[in-house]
Design a binder for this molecule. Structure first.
Ligand code: PLP
Length: 360
């Protein structure tokens, strides 16, 4: 069986070139006589891998020198807790709830202090990004939190909220490295690797240095303090070595594609093919307000649950897999991350057109 077009929201498609390279290096990584899975994280060989990965990421995002780059574990979910444990210095934080992941982060933060929801789009099944130009931000808030791209609902902040001078913390799991971003506008950004940059098991956090202090919530375990990992350059304990190695390869692949501006242009082109079709289709339609659309996750429906099911079944048989939408939205969702080739989107749209004709 050949490779399919995988529209999974995560773990998701990776560049074929990266997978082939990893396969070629599996038994003997560059003359070391062993796989990256088998080598000490304290070895010179691995040190080069993690250092290069960090440098390539710094180059791609033009990360300012006063930001630390950390490779962590525990998924985005652990960040839902680590963020308040480390940064709720005055016990207050403001959350913008634009989907399930933001809501989970908000709920988790409530365990540690006074977390407030200052804006939400839950009234319309999170199908839009609320106006965040003049929110009731608490004067004592330690930070404002957003989930920048809402994987399940297919929305994205196209403009950052006005935080009125407060530090901004953003979960960028599903839009990481899909386009350039100005890191200096954030106190912290983080993302799980398995959406757009590598295998599950790695979380990348980029944090402004002055925030990484020892005065964290009382009782915070050593492993959950950013300072622990920052002081040890992500080698406090055994890191997810193989995952970091693959992320590093993806960073190099992104550089080869021309960096993040080139990726943005490519992603816009891909997304336009799908959105333009959805806008003119008589059968399918997108579920998100136009001004809030994501470049990465595109949910759509026919309006008939049975027909949706038929579509998913036939699409799977034709080699377009993982198109089933999240249960809270229903219908379909095509995740078209960096590694999804434009042919994949073109062929999917051709298939949708055929399905539309057959089911008119
Ligand atoms: C997938 C996802 C998460 C959850 O990630 P885990 O690694 O499973 O904890 C959180 N936030 C966003 C935006 C996601 O897409």
């Amino acid at each position: 069986m050949g490779r399919v077009y995988n529209f999974s929201a995560g773990p998701a498609v990776l560049p074929e070139e990266v997978l082939k390279e990893a396969a070629a290096e599996m038994l003997d990584y560059r003359g070391s006589g062993m796989s990256v899975m088998e080598m000490s994280h304290r070895s010179k060989v691995f040190e080069t891998i993690i250092k290069e990965a960090e440098q390539d990421l710094r180059d791609l995002l033009e990360i300012p020198d006063n930001y630390k780059v950390l490779f962590l574990q525990g998924g985005a979910h652990l960040q839902f807790a680590m963020v308040p444990m480390n940064f709720m210095k005055h016990g207050k934080a403001d959350y913008i709830v634009t989907g399930q992941w933001a809501k989970k982060a908000f709920k988790e933060a409530q365990k540690f202090g006074d977390a407030r929801c200052i804006a939400s789009s839950e009234d319309k099944t999170f199908s839009y990004i609320p106006d965040c130009s003049d929110l009731p931000i608490d004067e004592d808030a330690d930070y404002v939190y957003i989930c920048e791209n809402n994987t399940i609902y297919g929305t994205k902040f196209h403009e950052l909220p006005n935080t009125k001078g407060k530090d901004l913390i953003s979960d960028v799991s599903s839009c990481f490295l899909s386009e350039p971003m100005d890191v200096s506008k954030y106190a912290m950004i983080y993302g799980g690797a398995q959406k757009n940059i590598g295998p599950a098991g790695v979380v990348v956090a980029i944090i402004r240095e002055d925030l990484i202090t020892p005065d964290v919530l009382e009782g915070t375990p050593t492993m959950l303090q950013y300072k622990t990992h920052a002081d040890a350059d992500s080698l406090f304990n055994t890191p997810p070595c193989y995952g970091i190695y693959i992320c590093g390869k993806v960073f190099k692949w992104l550089k080869k594609q021309g960096g993040l501006s080139a990726m943005k242009a490519y992603n816009e082109k891909k997304a336009a093919i799908l959105y333009n079709f959805l806008d003119e289709s008589k059968l399918f339609y997108g579920t998100v307000e136009k001004g809030s659309r994501s470049l990465m996750n595109v949910p759509f429906v026919t309006g008939d649950a049975q027909l949706d099911e038929k579509f998913i079944k036939e699409a799977t048989q034709a080699g377009f897999v993982n198109l089933k939408g999240h249960r809270s939205v229903g219908g379909m969702r095509a995740s078209i991350y960096n590694a999804m080739p434009i042919e994949g989107v073109e062929k999917l749209v051709a298939f949708m057109k055929k399905f539309e004709t057959e089911n008119a």
